[in-house]
Design a binder for this molecule. Structure first.
Ligand code: ITT
Length: 197
């Protein structure tokens, strides 16, 4: 029997990536109702991922998966961090703010972090996972694939920004790709355990 999993995100860029990772998971995916907005009051990515998964599961009466993620710039003491989505109104304004705050700082080191949580229909969190990807912040955007801060996040070894990569290449090294790689085998197990009940 296929089980329904509500993908608890309102971010289309994230949704595309999450759908690709979950494609062959055996779960039937459905999107959270647009009007269901969860306030992200947590201080960590993990806390916010759990909050979103748990609230959406309870509100819909289904299993739910949520991703909380963001960019942490070393020279900005980890900003924008959990405020990545709230740093400005549009992707280009968010990028402009990070570039402005970083100015000509020589230390351009940064990382993307992604926390994923899965909740049962009663809101109890059954799975959590986290992935980190280190990189550098460029002085100007490069590339137009992906979403969010992708155009300024540069991977030295590949000489490409996330926005210059195919979704497959980004997924093979990204914070979200790593979080899902750790999560998927466990998600498979949860599904088969449930089937036996
Ligand atoms: P939901 O909470 O509805 O899922 P959101 O956009 O508000 O959507 P977050 O609170 O987790 O999500 O904020 C994450 C922000 O971090 C997101 O808006 C992007 O700006 C940025 N971000 C996360 N992952 C990214 C990635 O892979 N590439 C570029 N930017 C990313």
């Amino acid at each position: 029997m296929t089980k329904l999993l509500v993908v608890a995100t309102g971010n289309p860029g994230k949704l595309r990536e999450m759908q690709a990772y979950l494609e062959n998971s055996g779960w039937e995916l459905t999107l959270k109702p647009e009007e269901l907005e969860i306030e992200e009051t947590g201080k960590t990515f993990a806390a916010n991922a759990c909050l979103k998964a748990s609230q959406i599961a309870k509100a819909t009466g289904n299993w739910a998966i949520a991703d909380d993620s963001g960019l942490q710039v070393d020279a900005l003491n980890g900003a924008p961090g959990v405020y990545s989505a709230r740093y400005a109104t549009t992707d280009s304004e968010r990028i402009a703010r990070v570039l402005r705050e970083l100015g000509n700082e020589v230390n351009r080191q940064a990382q993307f972090v992604c926390a994923v949580a899965i909740a049962r229909p009663d809101g109890v969190i059954v799975l959590e996972s986290e992935g980190i990807c280190r990189g550098e912040i460029l002085h100007a955007p490069r590339g137009d694939s992906g979403f969010g801060y992708d155009p300024i996040f540069y991977i030295q070894e590949l000489q490409l920004t996330f926005a210059q990569m195919t979704r497959e290449l980004k997924g093979s090294i990204s914070h979200r790709g790593k979080a899902f790689a750790a999560l998927l085998p466990q998600l498979e197990r949860v599904k088969s355990l449930e089937r036996r009940d």
